[in-house]
Write a new protein. Structure first.
Length: 169
């Protein structure tokens, strides 16, 4: 836990109802093109098991993000064909935490998990090229998950270490 009460915990450590509420929030869902329809508690439980299994399979995976014990989002790394892919999904009311979480989570990826590079795949509904390139990511083509295309960006450990101040202004 950080000094501001932020904790990265396994998704299995937070109430499934809180995860369900987050995944079903329309403001967040519009950026999750692979999610269709509303999630039932049973579907969310399956989703949590799948995400948690990545820790055993890959040695890393996504976390639940809490502040003072309250679920504010989920994010972390997932193994994809192109390497470790970073995702961050926050409750609409907590979107401002991304500037604090992004460097915290990437630091763990590059140091604790030893990644040489990290990718981000953003749906075409998000016009975030300027933001992610300001953070050091370089365009890296397109990837397809399901039947949906995403823009992919890549950040190397060397570029991460060369960045003197996070987040960049």
């Amino acid at each position: 836990m950080t000094d501001d009460g932020i904790a990265l915990v396994r998704l299995t450590e937070v109430p499934i109802e809180a995860v369900c509420e987050l995944l079903n929030d329309g403001r967040s869902r519009r950026h999750l093109p692979l999610a269709t329809g509303q999630f039932s508690l049973e579907q969310v439980a399956d989703w949590v098991r799948e995400k948690n299994a990545q820790w055993d399979d890959a040695g890393y995976g996504p976390w639940a993000i809490t502040v003072g014990g309250r679920l504010v989002g989920w994010g972390g790394f997932q193994r994809e064909e192109s390497g470790a892919d970073f995702a961050l999904v926050l409750d609409h009311a907590d979107w401002g935490l991304g500037r604090r979480l992004f460097p915290l989570m990437l630091e763990r990826g590059f140091t604790e998990f030893g990644f040489d590079t990290v990718t981000i795949a953003l749906p075409f509904t998000r016009d975030a090229t300027r933001v992610v390139t300001r953070l050091g990511f370089e365009p890296d083509g397109e990837v397809t998950y399901g039947n949906t295309s995403f823009r992919q960006y890549r950040l190397s450990r060397a570029d991460w270490q060369a960045e003197a101040e996070w987040p960049p202004s």
